[in-house]
Design a protein around this ligand. Structure first.
Ligand SMILES: [Zn+2]
Length: 65
């Protein structure tokens, strides 16, 4: 039972969210926190590409790793 609990915990800790920009840009953000990933990606698109993206659209780009 203890090992089962520990394994669940490890799986949770290893859960990562990732957003990739286009390959030419090469920007990639990874975080354990989904909203943090989305925020960082939105900031990147604004700063590096001068584009505004909605939080909803950015959330669609999130991949679980
Ligand atoms: Zn980019």
């Amino acid at each position: 039972m203890i090992s089962f609990c520990l394994r669940l915990e490890v799986m949770f800790v290893k859960q990562l969210f990732e957003i990739d920009c286009d390959p030419q840009c090469g920007f990639m953000v990874r975080s354990h926190d989904k909203s943090e990933t989305v925020e960082a990606a939105m900031k990147h698109v604004k700063d590096a590409h001068g584009k505004e993206v909605s939080q909803e659209d950015t959330e669609k780009m999130v991949k679980s790793v």
